[in-house]
Design a protein around this ligand. Structure first.
Ligand code: PMP
Length: 442
């Protein structure tokens, strides 16, 4: 495989764009951050003509794959009618109705463009509804890159109680003052959660959680943990926010709340909702939105409710919610085949742990039986994953930079068979890589 054209474009980009990339996540790709020519269905083609089976799906949004004909047609139609109006249009209510149709617990919706923006809207709504400032978030969970929440995600040490430690900040340039309004607590730890509410409960405006911790090792909620969260937030009149930016429209039509049977007060959606176009939404119960209705809370944005993104969302949701399309049964069946097939490739020299659910899971190189929390994850050696990512890429498998895989409605049985063959070859190559043996010896 040659990457000459990507290398040249990367050199050119580095002269005018810091680091040559437009999102920090893309910096780590080896052998070089790829420059993409086009995508079609479940496949991706780079500027050197290399073809990949795509399990990164642009970090998740492409729930129906690249260039789904229904989405392309809807977007083309809208583009000819106008790209943005800064006024209301029918598509807003139409898409809101469709989404509310699969969220029986929710009553209203507001639209933004990205997950980061929608999280900010949800936190503001929660603070206005409660008159409190304090937000509780979980270690390892990601809620966008805003100062107020890029805290306690892949940074610093593991914590053993509610924490505001300055090392939990995501990086330089974030004001430490945001730590006054946030408490980071470990995921899946009932007793620390209880202790946090015993001590701070009446100050907590909201708890925000990825209902399945997709951003770090795909850690499912322990049995009863989301229920405990629901009970404590109800008892202390705090708002429960599910960040469903990944899980929404992926785990099930109604997302994680449907999958795990626990209803939040607010849920944030982005990524899959518009099948690859920038749209995000906060759905929630009527009372939490009263501050917007009475204009006490300002929810702003030039591109909010953008008609092109909404046209894409309407087309995406039409396919996802049509039982005849069988998108969810197919994604789950193919994901399970892949998940089990990859797990079966585990060997004593190169032990593999697959965690998550069929439509979103991680491949982890460890002989631990389970990575159940952030301390386990910090103990996990990422260097094998780095070698695996490169070795799999050279076979034509494209996955997320932390070994995360997403399924789409465009993947086929042939893709899975091909992928398992490619994965087996990559692992064989990896097992003979001298760096693996050096790591095992150290
Ligand atoms: N929340 C979660 C759970 C996410 O995974 C992400 C993005 N990976 C975000 C929020 C932020 O979304 P965006 O990148 O669209 O701002």
């Amino acid at each position: 495989m040659s990457f000459e054209n990507s290398i040249q474009l990367y050199e050119r980009a580095r002269r005018v764009i810091p680091g040559g990339i437009s999102s920090s996540m893309r910096a780590f790709q080896k052998p070089v951050p790829l420059f993409i020519d086009r995508g079609a269905g479940s496949h991706l083609y780079d500027v050197d003509g290399n073809e990949y089976i795509d399990y990164a799906l642009a970090h998740g949004p492409l729930i129906l794959g690249h260039c789904h004909p229904g989405i392309v047609a809807a977007v083309e139609k809208q583009i000819r009618r106008g790209s943005t109006f800064g006024c209301q249009q029918e598509l807003e209510a139409a898409v809101a109705e469709k989404i509310l149709g699969v969220l029986p617990w929710a009553e209203q919706i507001v639209f933004s463009n990205t997950g980061t923006e929608a999280v900010q809207a949800a936190l503001r709504l929660a603070r206005a509804a409660t008159g409190r400032n304090l937000i509780v978030k979980f270690e390892g969970h990601y809620h966008g890159w805003a100062d107020s929440v890029l805290i306690g995600h892949r940074h610093g040490r593991a914590i053993d109680g509610p924490s505001r430690a300055v090392e939990l900040l995501g990086g330089e340039g974030q004001s430490p003052s945001v730590l006054q309004d946030i408490l980071v607590v470990p995921w899946n730890d009932e007793s620390i959660l209880q202790r946090t509410f015993d001590e701070f409960g009446d100050e907590v405006a909201a708890v925000i959680a990825e209902p399945m911790q997709c951003n770090t090792a795909s850690i499912l909620p322990k049995a009863g943990f989301l229920q405990q969260l629901r009970k404590l937030t109800e008892r202390h009149r705090s708002v429960l926010i599910f960040d469903e930016v990944i899980t929404g429209f992926r785990l099930a039509p109604g997302g994680a709340s449907e999958c795990f049977g626990v209803n939040p007060d607010l849920a944030v959606f982005a990524k899959a909702v518009a099948g690859g176009y920038p749209l995000s939404a906060v759905a929630g119960i009527h009372s939490v939105f009263s501050s917007i209705r009475t204009r006490r809370v300002r929810h702003l944005g030039t591109f909010n409710g953008n008609p092109i993104a909404l046209a894409a969302a309407a087309a995406t949701l039409q396919v996802l919610f049509d039982p005849a399309e069988e998108v969810y049964p197919r994604m789950r069946r193919l994901g399970a085949r892949l998940y089990e097939g990859l797990q079966a490739l585990s060997t004593a020299e190169l032990p593999i742990l697959i965690q998550g659910l069929p439509t979103c899971f991680h491949i982890l190189f460890t002989d631990q039986k389970r990575i159940g929390n952030y301390s386990d994850y910090l103990a996990y050696d990422m260097s094998r994953t780095q070698l695996w990512l490169e070795s799999a890429l050279l076979e034509g498998i494209f996955q997320m930079g932390d070994g995360r895989w997403y399924l789409s409605g465009a993947h086929t049985d042939d893709d899975i068979s091909l992928t398992l063959g490619k994965a087996e070859r990559s692992l064989k190559r990896l097992a003979s890589h001298p760096a693996i043996w050096q790591m095992a010896a150290s």
